[in-house]
Design a protein around this ligand. Structure first.
Ligand SMILES: Nc1ncnc2c1ncn2[C@@H]1O[C@H](COP(=O)(O)OP(=O)(O)O)[C@@H](O)[C@H]1O
Ligand SMILES: [Mg+2]
Length: 365
């Protein structure tokens, strides 16, 4: 994947931006709050159709304007034809997506442009709350399995409706039954998509962790659900567990008036030598785990699509010590990277294209 160009109109702090990237290393320098992350956010949006800062589309539009436009041109492989993608965000209308001038729906738009983002917030992934880990899984499953976007959206809307019904004084039993059936059907799909993604990352993450840490500790990723101890890809079995569990918590649900089982409560867990790292991992171990996780994602996308995703490193290099930086660079030699740093730091990457950003004006050095 090679991102050639990004154009933004009325996106975040940018009234207008037109920036062309090198197919290798790009470094964007600037002090705080100048507009570095806004660029990274725009690029990553094409991969996941969401802001990685989990804000609504409205907040992405330049203050006091009604619409924003984002455009990229990229090659899936070097010397292949250029793809053009465009996103229109509007305060008063539905988002519009275009691929090579053809209007597309979410599922066909996703899965075209791949990028992996690594930012300082990711370092809280292990000790942060479950929701953050689910969001990490969901965003990345979407870009790899575009069908998942719709399934997740549908599940969330059924969940909202079922919760609304649970809050009513005397809920319609037939309608409740319909929502419960749909909850199980789509919830099972959500679980399968997420757990298979974790399964795919698992082996690579383990290998990379061992290489980076030079140690003997074994990293294990695990998709955690109240429905089973170990995930097995068996749709009928998972639906059965889901139904059984819902029956068991029926009273609880009536008492708390909310859905008490399902993938909206699941988690991604990390173990080192079978010990849950949430409790005891040092900061250094956490950093290495997240680095291994991101790199395994990068390699998984390469395996799946035949080309490396664009790697976006937002303000992260200063968080990694020299050794971890070197491990990172050894894995990403063949992939296009866009790195943001603040002025104070110096990173000498031979042949890198360097930009400076000041008050949302980008200049090439
Ligand atoms: N919708 C918006 N309209 C105008 N300015 C915005 C909008 N969203 C964010 N900003 C501005 O963007 C700047 C932050 O940009 P960001 O890319 O996060 O900075 P950094 O260079 O630190 O990564 C802030 O000055 C903020 O006020
Ligand atoms: Mg930033």
């Amino acid at each position: 994947m090679v991102l050639e160009n990004l154009k933004l109109s009325q996106f975040r702090s940018y009234d207008y931006l037109d920036i062309s990237f090198s197919p290798k290393t790009n470094i964007i320098c600037g002090k705080n709050a100048q507009g570095k992350t806004n660029i990274i956010e725009a690029i990553h949006y094409f991969s996941t159709l969401k802001s990685h800062r989990f804000v609504s589309d409205k907040e992405l539009i330049l203050t006091d304007k009604d619409a924003a436009k984002m455009q990229i041109s990229f090659q899936k492989e070097q010397s292949e034809r250029l793809h053009k993608m465009k996103i229109l965000l509007s305060k008063n209308a539905k988002r519009e997506l275009y691929h090579n001038e053809v209007k597309e729906d979410n599922a066909s738009f996703l899965g075209q442009f791949h990028s992996v983002l690594f930012s300082p917030e990711d370092l809280n992934l292990i000790k942060g709350d479950k929701e953050q880990r689910r969001k990490f899984l969901d965003a990345d499953v979407c870009q790899i399995r575009p069908r998942y976007y719709k399934i997740l959206k549908y599940y969330n809307s059924i969940l909202r409706n079922r919760n609304k019904l649970l809050k009513e004084e005397s809920p319609d039993p037939a309608l409740f039954q319909v929502y419960t059936e749909k909850l199980v059907e789509f919830g099972t799909e959500v679980i399968i998509y997420r757990a298979l993604f974790v399964e795919r990352l698992k082996e690579t993450a383990k290998k990379i962790y061992r290489e980076i840490s030079n140690g003997n500790e074994e990293l294990t990723l695990r998709y955690e659900s109240e429905l089973f101890d170990e995930f097995v890809e068996d749709r009928t079995a998972i639906r059965g567990f889901f139904h059984d569990k819902l029956e068991k918590v029926q009273k609880e649900e009536q008492l708390f008036r909310t859905t008490r089982v399902g993938p909206h409560r699941d988690d991604l867990e990390f173990y080192l030598d079978n010990k849950n790292v949430k409790i005891y991992a040092s900061q250094g171990q956490q950093r290495t785990i997240i680095l291994a996780l991101k790199l395994s994602e990068l390699l998984f996308i390469k395996e799946l699509t035949g080309s490396y995703p664009v790697l976006l490193l937002d303000d992260i290099l200063s968080e990694l010590d020299r050794e971890r930086q070197e491990s990172l660079f050894s894995y990403i030699k063949n992939c296009q990277t866009i790195i943001t740093i603040t002025d104070a730091q110096k990173f000498d990457v031979a042949g890198a294209k360097i930009f400076t950003v000041e008050q949302s004006v980008v200049t090439e050095n």
